[in-house]
Design a protein around this ligand. Structure first.
Ligand code: SF4
Length: 375
């Protein structure tokens, strides 16, 4: 059972974020060493089991059907394809396989029955199994848990205030409800966010406070640097600096001391020195594999070389022991109350998406006209 952790205010969290970097890293590293083995890093492999064609409008995501991105789409992978990928991932040090499907939410249909089979298949390989499939009902969470799922990923992405700039097709409350359904099914919770989408430092801190106020706190928090994909509304965002990543990881470590922090998207732009500072500041997990769903990731052998260089060991599956006890719904609701604005599926639109749709319409019109002239 997780010990009681301090409840941080926004002012305190902002002050932490803005501390001199050496002081911040030193404090984060001390917290990390008090609760984790600093030389052990969990390796997870993220596998896209169904790519593209998503009806949502997450402004960073190349899998949203409404954006014109250059990704290869695929229908659900077969049991054999997943078993092969999981076996390879395990042989290269991964203790967890995370399967992602580009869905808005899970439907109670044959596709979900198939995912249940995939979960059982990977669990039989003695790996931790995680899924990220969109919104879940309590019943669906229970079915996944019964199939042997270890963790469910559902990212908050940003603060509640900034979320509406990034996604209009569902609300923050929908996300929190799915996390609650996951927790109640006795699954471990994986939820984090992305920096570099134009949000403020206060937005980053607010997101961390929402996660930190969950009871229990999430077992896993991925911190991603935006990978700006051409064709998405965020295609022109400036890359986030390594120093911002280090600060974000350090603050996450301090406000959620027991959580495993995953250094996630954006690693191809980071040097080994930069990544080493992220591990020092509290990152205890990476995603392995040359692709993170659809965006590039370092080669797994280059990662193993980095582990060797830094003296890091891959963490064994199930090393964190039994599933944690669920906090009561009342306890969680009371903890997140001060940070919550409460809105769900707002009827607003994202300015960047509207502009993008207009440009795409223009392009289609021009192509049609060209076609007419050639006839
Ligand atoms: S992030 Fe997930 S929900 Fe959002 S568009 Fe991409 S696949 Fe769909």
């Amino acid at each position: 059972m997780q010990e009681a952790t301090k409840i941080w205010t926004l002012e305190e969290t902002l002050a932490l974020y803005q501390r001199p970097l050496m002081d911040l890293i030193y404090e984060a590293a001390s917290v990390h060493r008090a609760h984790h083995d600093p030389n052990e890093v969990q390796i997870s492999t993220l596998l896209s089991i169904k790519t593209g064609g998503c009806p949502e409008d997450c402004a960073y995501c190349p899998q949203a059907a409404r954006y014109h991105t250059d990704i290869e789409t695929n229908d659900l992978l077969t049991v054999d394809q997943v078993r092969t990928a999981a076996t390879r991932a395990k042989s290269l040090g991964s203790s967890r396989l995370c399967m992602g499907a580009a869905w808005r939410n899970v439907e109670d249909n044959a596709d979900f029955d198939h995912v249940i089979e995939l979960v059982k298949t990977v669990r039989d390989l003695d790996m931790e199994v995680c899924c990220t499939l969109g919104m879940l009902t309590p019943h669906q969470a229970q079915r996944l848990a019964a199939a042997g799922l270890y963790a469910y990923n559902h990212n908050l992405d940003s603060s509640e205030d900034y979320y509406e700039e990034i996604i209009s097709t569902r609300g923050y409350q929908d996300r929190l409800e799915t996390l609650d359904n996951v927790r109640k099914a006795n699954l471990t919770v994986c939820s984090g966010g992305i920096i570099g989408m134009g949000e403020s430092v206060a937005d980053r801190c607010k997101m961390l406070l929402t996660l930190a106020s969950l009871r229990p706190q999430p077992e896993s928090v991925p911190i991603n640097a935006l990978v700006a994909v051409p064709g998405t509304p965020l295609e022109n965002q400036e890359p986030v600096s390594i120093w911002e990543m280090i600060r974000m990881i350090a603050v996450t470590r301090i406000v959620m001391p027991h959580t495993t922090i995953r250094l996630s998207a954006g690693r191809t732009e980071m040097s080994r020195e930069g990544q080493a500072l992220c591990f020092l500041a509290g990152a205890g997990s990476i995603f392995a594999g040359d692709k993170l769903l659809t965006t590039p990731n370092p080669d797994v052998f280059a990662d193993l070389e980095m582990f060797d260089l830094l003296g890091l060991r891959p963490k064994a599956p199930f090393a964190d022991g039994h599933l944690p006890q669920s906090g009561s719904a009342e306890e969680t609701a009371a903890a997140i109350e001060p940070h919550r604005k409460r809105w769900s599926r707002p009827g607003h639109t994202i300015e960047a998406n509207v502009q993008y749709a207009e440009i795409a319409k223009e392009k289609r019109r021009a192509t049609r006209q060209q076609g007419d002239t050639h006839q």
